[in-house]
Design a protein around this ligand. Structure first.
Ligand code: SF4
Length: 183
């Protein structure tokens, strides 16, 4: 299966979730958030295609990594492709974080007009979801792992169980200004 990416995989990120992480940058996003830091990832025709199996091979080379993070673009535009990668990553003992411009409520609403095949199946493999669009009016550079205050850091297993967004409070402390500036 082919997945459309915007950049090569980042192997050693320390800012896209806790610990050392590999980041998979998907191409394609419909949200068009004002002030988006990466507008080149919006087009569904740009970027490049890569076999999911080749991404998996790259993951097999990882050492000392805590997990992988799906970012974009919006990974939820390619849920079946991300699912294929996530299944293998889970078997390797990696934890899975994912960013999306959709809200958790939109993702689990199978009757919603936005619902896409594979959302629920992919969510089942995600440990932590940072959800919602970036809102420039709510931007806060001191937030950990997210850009604006409306975005939530969710425990996906619990949120699916209760069919309601459950926050991961441990990630809500603000970082110091020095750390924020360094990023
Ligand atoms: S969801 Fe992310 S990539 Fe998409 S427009 Fe918003 S900030 Fe940009």
């Amino acid at each position: 299966m082919l997945i459309r990416l915007s950049h090569k995989i980042t192997r050693d990120s320390i800012v896209d979730g806790p610990g050392l992480r590999a980041v998979i940058w998907t191409q394609g996003c419909k949200h068009n958030c004002m002030g988006c830091h990466n507008p080149r990832t919006h087009s569904f025709n740009k970027g490049f295609l890569m076999e999911c199996s080749d991404i998996v091979k790259e993951l097999e080379d990882l050492r000392l990594h805590k997990g992988i993070t799906f970012s974009g673009g919006d990974p939820l535009e390619q849920p079946l492709e991300c699912l294929e990668i996530a299944k293998v990553a889970k078997d390797m003992g990696l934890d899975i974080w994912c960013y999306t411009g959709y809200t958790f409520e939109e993702l689990i609403n199978k009757r919603g007009s936005k619902y896409k095949e594979g959302w629920i199946e992919f969510l089942k493999y995600i440990d932590v979801l940072i959800d919602g669009p970036f809102m420039q009016q709510n931007e806060n550079l001191l937030l950990k792992f997210r850009g604006s205050e409306n975005q939530r850091i969710l425990d996906v297993k619990k949120s699916l169980r209760f069919r309601a967004p459950i926050l991961m409070e441990e990630y809500y402390e603000l970082q110091t200004e020095e750390v924020a500036i360094a990023r």
